[in-house]
Design a protein around this ligand. Structure first.
Ligand SMILES: Cc1cc2nc3c(=O)[nH]c(=O)nc-3n(C[C@H](O)[C@H](O)[C@H](O)COP(=O)(O)OP(=O)(O)OC[C@H]3O[C@@H](n4cnc5c(N)ncnc54)[C@H](O)[C@@H]3O)c2cc1C
Length: 397
């Protein structure tokens, strides 16, 4: 029997999980092509590290289903490989009475999504969970966890190798051609022939989709998420995860306080339109013309300019960031916060300017393209992999 050859573009947590799943369940010979010199170099290595429990997502959506399935798979995976996984718990806090109806709706949604252990707390109750937090009410999700996603990605890469596949670092994909037999890919200095190709390129999705001749109906718009880290003793003010009630108009969750597996506590991320796909700093405007050329970008900017201005202000003025954190933990001062490394989200935006909320995967012949895998895709990665393995066309024999 001829072994099916499958290429995967991108060694982030999604691409590696997909490669492992295809090797394990279909016996495929998988090759992961990654442009950087290490796995998890972009979104997978620059995020809040939260294993989301499934509170926020519309019931019935892919996010809602794959998040819950992903949590169970990830918890088990981390246990099997002795990787950090800590159920530190999360509070979603209403800072004002006006936020209470949205908080109540969120609790209902969490229950509809099957999130275990959700309780509704008053101002006193929330302080039993987080003694330094304030608010008028909160929902508590005791099983929301933290994990080390880059460590998960490194372990997945080992699994791929143990299953007979390979992860080729420093192999930027530069050309894709569909043939009668499959897909030819030029990457690094090599040329690869695959039966199928799965693209999990995160911030590089549009470029790879264009190479495959499948630009699609949405484009990636990069949103930088900046963080501050709490210094020394201030870390003791946060036990687990403290989140605001999110604005339902956006897929981003608002500036939150998150404990990380190494004991660090981060404040962030905000969401600032970046000037480049890998725009980790304000100075990088490399892809701005291309980002602006997508009609959806300007339509989105027109619709949300007020929020955009606020986010830019918060990015440039530290006191605005401090105030966002002090809203929930008033003992914090500006001196407790120091700049930390940020990340850039790959957020798909439609032509009409709407932000694509759900995970999105397209199949075009022998090419499967992940179009939108924002948060909670790290949490959901093992379930996304099962979902994708189910839609990669079977070999025609
Ligand atoms: C600030 C921030 C906070 C977040 N917080 C959370 C959280 O708490 N919990 C959660 O579940 N999710 C969170 N997320 C989302 C999560 O990090 C992503 O959804 C997830 O990492 C996506 O994984 P990925 O493999 O699709 O993308 P990536 O990790 O970005 O991987 C894509 C890979 O493709 C490679 N690539 C691109 N183009 C090419 C090319 N031409 N050739 C070869 N390789 C290429 C890139 O180098 C990269 O390594 C957050 C994201 C950000 C940015």
């Amino acid at each position: 029997m001829v072994t099916e050859k499958i290429g995967v573009v991108g060694a982030g947590i999604v691409g590696l999980a997909v490669a492992r799943e295809l090797a394990a369940t279909r016996g495929a010979e998988v090759t992961v092509l990654e442009k950087e010199g290490r796995v998890g170099a972009h979104q997978t290595g620059h995020n809040s590290g939260v294993v989301h429990a499934g509170i926020y997502y519309p019931p019935g959506s892919l996010k809602a289903r794959l998040c819950r399935e992903g949590v169970a798979l990830l918890k088990d995976y981390c246990a099997r490989h002795a990787l950090p996984y800590e159920e530190v718990g999360k509070l979603v806090v209403a800072a004002t009475r006006a936020e209470r109806p949205r908080l109540a709706a969120l609790a209902e949604r969490a229950r509809a999504n099957g999130v275990p252990g959700i309780t509704e707390l008053d101002a006193l109750g929330l302080r039993e969970v987080e003694p330094h937090a304030v608010g008028v009410a909160a929902i508590h999700s005791p099983h929301t966890a933290i994990a080390d996603f880059p460590a998960v990605a490194r372990r997945l890469a080992l699994d791929v190798a143990e299953l007979g596949g390979s992860v080729r670092l420093r192999h930027p994909v530069r050309g894709i051609r569909e043939t009668s037999r499959g897909v030819e890919v030029v990457a690094g200095t090599g040329r690869f022939a695959f039966d199928r190709l799965v693209v999990c390129a995160g911030l590089g999705t549009d470029a790879v989709a264009a190479m495959a001749g499948r630009p699609g109906s949405v484009r990636i718009v990069p949103f930088r998420g900046e963080y501050y880290a709490l210094r020394g003793a201030a870390r003791g003010l946060v036990r687990g995860l403290i989140y605001p009630v999110p604005d339902p108009r956006y897929p981003f969750l608002g500036v939150h306080l998150t404990r990380h597996v190494g004991g660090e506590v981060l404040v962030g991320p905000n969401a600032v339109l970046a000037g480049a796909y890998e725009g980790y700093t304000w100075r990088n405007f490399r892809n701005f013309p291309q980002i602006l050329a997508w009609p959806g970008t300007l339509r989105m900017a027109r619709r949300h300019w007020r929020t955009g201005v606020k986010e830019v202000y918060g990015s440039l003025v530290k006191s605005a960031f401090t105030e966002a954190a002090r809203r929930y933990v008033p003992e914090l001062t500006a001196d407790d916060l120091q700049r930390a490394a940020g990340g850039v989200r790959a957020q798909a935006v439609a032509r009409d300017g709407s932000l694509v909320d759900d995970f999105a995967v397209d199949v075009h012949g022998n090419v499967v393209l992940v179009r939108n895998a924002p948060s909670p895709a790290a949490t959901s990665s093992l379930a996304i992999a099962q979902h994708i393995a189910g839609i990669v066309p079977a070999p025609s024999r």
